[in-house]
Design a protein around this ligand. Structure first.
Ligand SMILES: Cc1cc2nc3c(=O)[nH]c(=O)nc-3n(C[C@H](O)[C@H](O)[C@H](O)COP(=O)(O)OP(=O)(O)OC[C@H]3O[C@@H](n4cnc5c(N)ncnc54)[C@H](O)[C@@H]3O)c2cc1C
Length: 459
């Protein structure tokens, strides 16, 4: 154990009641995120803070005793960002869930543990909308969304989390709480520090409150679904669509994913397709059908086998739901290594072709889904956990997919974050100068490297 019994007693005294958990069974539940990162350690304690003052007390204690702190939202992360570390503490924000809507300023003031969906529901009650919509919206927290700069399905038109963050309260590594930004739409006073914390994956500070911009409720959506013989043909359609418009959703599922979804929850999807493309428009009035017609024409021009259009919201949602459950469906097929690589949109067909080639070269299944309209793909490498050779090939393919994205001028992560599972590949994308700059910023804000050590980069 890294700290003395007296030090742990000191923590319990500072945070009385049931805030500090040390029981092995209770702690076990906080070791992993959804990626089941095998390097996750065993923490000495889990701190379930009820307010910002308790977060400050926890961090001050950790700073005094040089104890690593892993901030944790809902643990739905896909890159091991909230994997526990040995001799550290997990600082869970799950109990801080208040959501307050200010309809006059059109903002939500949110505690970090509130789920993304909680904010959407509260905003809808005031006729407003919080657009960022990860597929995990019902199981992920706003703190986690801010820390990973989460994306989702409607980002192709509406942007990602950072586009909606107006202000943050952040507890720094020495326990100081700073308030950045506010309910102001425009504010350029000082350095852009609010944005520095968005996407920092818990390595620079702990978010205890977020002020989020809301927009008027979304218009009714129409849906187009097209099938293609190959995944690259579907990607060509995406490129064609994105050169002329920004649909409010443009998602791709390849054949393996369609089949996994059909096995998991039969919906009558065509199992023989090479790929399925789902596009939606929420443009007002006649512009909506105009966008759908144009999407359909682009799909037909790039060789779609079939195109289907519906204005029925429920029917459209059925296809979107198929896309949303694809991770769960694929999880049922074996152990997974989750990729999140992205490229500039015109290079999407090349990236998808490279993924198919890697799958063949390593003789490993790589079903792929994509927020295709953003050029952001999720190749999911599936392997049998009890087959060491398959595991070795899976890890090799994981590295190759990231290398392919970098070679195409892309990124190793479009929305899930680097976490721990991609930390070794980050220098390949950023290069030594940007890594050094990152290290300097980390060192300036967290000189003892107690905040989420090992996530994004190591000391
Ligand atoms: C089925 C499924 C579908 C998904 N779909 C999407 C998707 O479409 N788009 C997308 O972007 N992601 C998606 N994700 C990934 C995941 O839901 C997001 O990364 C989400 O933002 C994580 O939120 P969380 O509360 O679960 O965070 P956690 O997993 O608990 O933590 C994630 C990171 O944030 C840090 N963190 C958490 N809370 C705080 C805080 N208050 N202050 C500072 N740091 C903090 C952690 O240390 C960690 O580094 C999906 C996940 C699943 C399981």
């Amino acid at each position: 154990m890294g700290v003395s019994v007296e030090a742990l007693d000191e923590l319990r005294a500072a945070l009385p009641g049931d805030v500090v958990l040390t029981d092995a069974d209770a702690v076990e539940k906080y070791r992993h995120d959804w990626s089941r990162d095998p390097t996750a350690g065993t923490p000495l304690a889990v701190i379930r803070a009820e307010n910002a003052t308790q977060v400050q007390a926890a961090v001050r204690w950790a700073s005094a005793h040089r104890v690593p702190v892993v901030p944790r939202g809902a643990g739905s992360g896909l890159s091991g960002g909230s994997s526990a570390v040995d001799d550290g503490v997990v600082l869970s924000l799950e109990r801080m869930r208040a959501v307050e809507i200010d309809p006059l300023c059109q903002v939500a003031v949110v505690e970090p543990g509130a789920f993304n969906q909680d904010v959407k529901v509260a905003a809808a009650a005031e006729g407003l909308w919080y657009p960022p919509d990860p597929s995990s919206s019902e199981i992920c927290s706003i703190g986690g969304n801010v820390a990973t700069n989460a994306g989702g399905l409607c980002c192709v038109k509406y942007g990602v989390t950072t586009d909606y963050v107006l202000g943050l309260d952040v507890v720094l590594a020495d326990g100081t709480l700073v308030t950045l930004g506010g309910k102001r739409i425009k504010d350029v006073a000082g350095l852009s520090l609010t944005k520095l914390f968005v996407g920092s994956e818990g390595t620079l500070g702990i978010v205890t409150r977020a002020i989020l911009r809301l927009v008027p409720a979304q218009d009714k959506r129409s849906t187009m679904v097209a099938t293609f013989r190959t995944v690259t043909a579907a990607a060509e359609a995406v490129v064609a669509i994105r050169t002329t418009m920004r649909p409010c959703l443009l998602e791709l599922m390849d054949r393996a994913t369609v089949n996994a979804v059909e096995d998991f929850r039969p919906m009558g999807l065509d199992r023989t397709v090479g790929a399925l493309l789902i596009g939606q428009s929420d443009a007002p009035g006649a512009a909506c059908s105009g966008e759908i017609v144009a999407m359909r024409a682009a799909c037909e021009a790039t060789g779609a086998a079939e195109c289907f259009v519906t204005d029925d919201a429920e029917e459209g949602e059925m296809f979107v739901q198929a896309r949303r459950i694809s991770f769960h469906a694929l999880e049922a097929r074996g152990a997974l290594l989750l990729e999140d690589v992205g490229v500039p949109i015109p290079l999407l067909p090349d990236l998808l072709a490279r993924i198919v080639a890697i799958s063949e070269a390593y003789d490993i299944e790589i079903p792929t889904v994509a927020h295709a309209g953003d050029g952001n793909t999720h190749p999911l490498i599936v392997y049998a956990a009890d087959d060491p050779d398959a595991e070795r090939r899976a890890h090799a393919a994981f590295g190759e997919v990231m290398a392919a994205a970098i070679e195409l001028g892309g990124t190793i992560t479009g929305e899930h974050g680097v976490g721990r599972t991609k930390a070794t590949a980050l220098p390949d994308q950023l290069g030594p100068d940007v890594m050094e700059l990152t290290r300097k910023i980390k060192g300036a804000l967290d000189p003892e490297w107690i905040l989420n050590p090992g996530a994004i980069l190591s000391r």
